[in-house]
Design a protein around this ligand. Structure first.
Ligand code: TMP
Length: 237
């Protein structure tokens, strides 16, 4: 069966229900806009399980997501959404492109979270944009940008508290939103929340357990992901 869409880490397939898709998590990993590529055994499985547990936790706290139900090791059913081409990044501690852009030392905590928007475009390398860009590029209205920011800050608050229970510092993360095909007036959390899309550091040692292990050639990439899943499981059961 041909996928309807294939991204760098996931594939989407049609189901009998036009409003529901099957999302398959792949073992592929990319970094720096796919300049660096690898495959990690079990990555799809680990990221699917992590996203599912996090989204269930968010749903329990009143945050709507695209998750419908679990299928198997690497597949879940999700609501069909029209993805907004605005990626939302929330930062609690300086890391990654923030440090590079403004010359701040990694690990510097922020007084308040920073919310950033980027244009979801692989060709352009997901450039940083603001709400005026989003308006003029026709990606989202100013009201929709305000809603994205509001939801992103709420998700940050809930996730930060949850990951703290797991002994993990939520440094930053990227999320994507979409309009459900059966109710396009809404904007809901879609895509994934995994160590591919979050920076998570051990609370005690500061050890990086996320995709930076791959980006920075630190080794033990899947060991980091498995550790995150284990801690999430312990905190949710
Ligand atoms: P950055 O510091 O490289 O801008 O990344 C910020 C956060 O967003 C980090 O948790 C990793 C995540 N991220 C993605 O999920 N996809 C991407 O393409 C990029 C660049 C970052």
């Amino acid at each position: 069966m041909e996928p309807l869409y294939e991204g760098k880490a996931k594939r989407l397939f049609a189901t009998e229900d036009p409003d529901i898709l099957r999302m398959e998590y792949k073992d592929d990993a990319t970094a720096f806009n796919a300049q660096k590529k690898a495959q990690f055994e079990n990555k799809g499985k680990l990221n699917k399980s992590i996203t599912l547990l996090i989204y269930k936790m968010l749903e329990e706290r009143g945050i709507e997501t695209h998750i419908v139900k679990d299928v198997d090791e690497v597949n879940i059913l999700v609501k069909k959404v029209d993805i907004l081409l605005v990626e939302v990044i929330v930062r609690n501690i300086a890391a990654g492109s923030f440090c590079k852009r403004v010359g701040v030392e990694e690990g510097t905590p922020f007084k308040e979270p920073i919310v950033e928007f980027s244009y979801k475009s692989d060709e352009l390398g997901d450039p940083l944009i603001n709400t005026d860009y989003a308006r003029e590029l026709g990606l989202a209205t100013p009201e929709e940008c305000a809603e994205l920011k509001r939801q992103a800050l709420e998700i940050n608050k809930v996730q930060k508290e949850f990951f703290a229970k797991c002994g993990l510092k939520l440094v930053d993360f990227k999320i994507e939103f979409g309009r459900p095909s059966d109710d396009p007036s809404k904007i809901i959390l879609a895509d994934e929340v995994s160590p591919d899309t979050c920076r998570l550091w051990d609370m005690e040692t500061g050890e990086k357990l996320d995709k930076d292990r791959f980006r920075q050639d630190l080794g033990g990439v899947m060991e980091g992901y498995a550790e995150i899943l284990e801690r999430i499981k312990n905190a949710t059961t």
